[in-house]
Design a protein around this ligand. Structure first.
Ligand code: MG
Ligand code: MG
Length: 233
């Protein structure tokens, strides 16, 4: 699958998720339960969660390291909200096109493991994320602003050492697992999270690792097969 198709698929999935969870009026800024929707605040707060994965506190855990795995998870959380924000203004295909056109690289690369030298350059390492946060706090929704926000998002993706395919895999994996759990009785309490001694999330990661180019529907099918094999069919 090419990049354009993958990008459009993510925007389509996000649109469906928003329609399902918030009702049809989320673009106007209100959920079906009458709650205000503010995607840019969501971006700010998820970016704060990302920063919490760094040992930034000068008064605590002085020898602590970085949780890069969680940094990537928070990047995917941010991506949910960046896409949702764009979908307020643009239909899926146009939003996907803009997202593809704005990809950028970063001069910063977050280290995989924390070293003594990194301690002294924390501000430099956090700069791309704090820039994203600052942008998300600006009261502007113009087309030029949206481009700027997207460019900064991609800068952050690059800074954490993710490529587009990894972002795609993590995004569809999270989305698929949520849908799968709901379909199989998560709310009702009948869902089995442990599959042959392993968490469903781990099984899903394995399917993704073995099939790096998998589509959303094919991933769902493989999850069904694995779940059925446990005698849940
Ligand atoms: Mg978190
Ligand atoms: Mg989060």
């Amino acid at each position: 699958m090419d990049r354009r198709k993958k990008m459009e698929e993510m925007f389509r999935l996000q649109e469906r998720l928003n329609d399902d969870t918030n009702g049809p009026k989320w673009r106007d800024g209100m959920t079906k339960q009458g709650k205000v929707v503010n995607w840019k605040r969501c971006i700010v707060m998820e970016t704060a969660e990302l920063i919490e994965s760094f040992p930034w506190k000068h008064w605590k855990n002085i020898e602590g390291g970085i949780d890069l795995e969680n940094v990537k998870i928070e990047m995917v959380d941010i991506w949910h909200f960046v896409m949702s924000y764009l979908l307020r203004f643009l239909p899926v295909k146009e939003a996907a096109k803009l997202a593809l056109e704005t990809m950028k690289e970063s001069g910063i690369r977050v280290p995989e493991s924390w070293s003594e030298a990194d301690k002294g350059r924390l501000d430099e390492l956090l700069a791309p994320f704090e820039d994203l946060m600052a942008l998300a706090l600006v009261k502007d929704d113009s087309p030029a602003y949206r481009v700027e926000l997207l460019e900064q998002f991609w800068t952050c993706v690059d800074a954490v050492g993710m490529d587009f395919d990894e972002l795609y895999r993590l995004y569809i994996g999270k989305n698929a697992l949520n849908q799968f759990r709901q379909k199989h009785g998560y709310k009702e309490g009948t869902y089995r999270k442990i599959w042959n001694g392993r968490e469903d999330n781990v099984v899903m990661q394995e399917i993704l690792a073995q099939n790096p180019d998998i589509t959303y529907d094919a991933l769902m099918e493989k999850l069904e097969e694995a779940y059925d094999a446990l005698g849940n069919g």
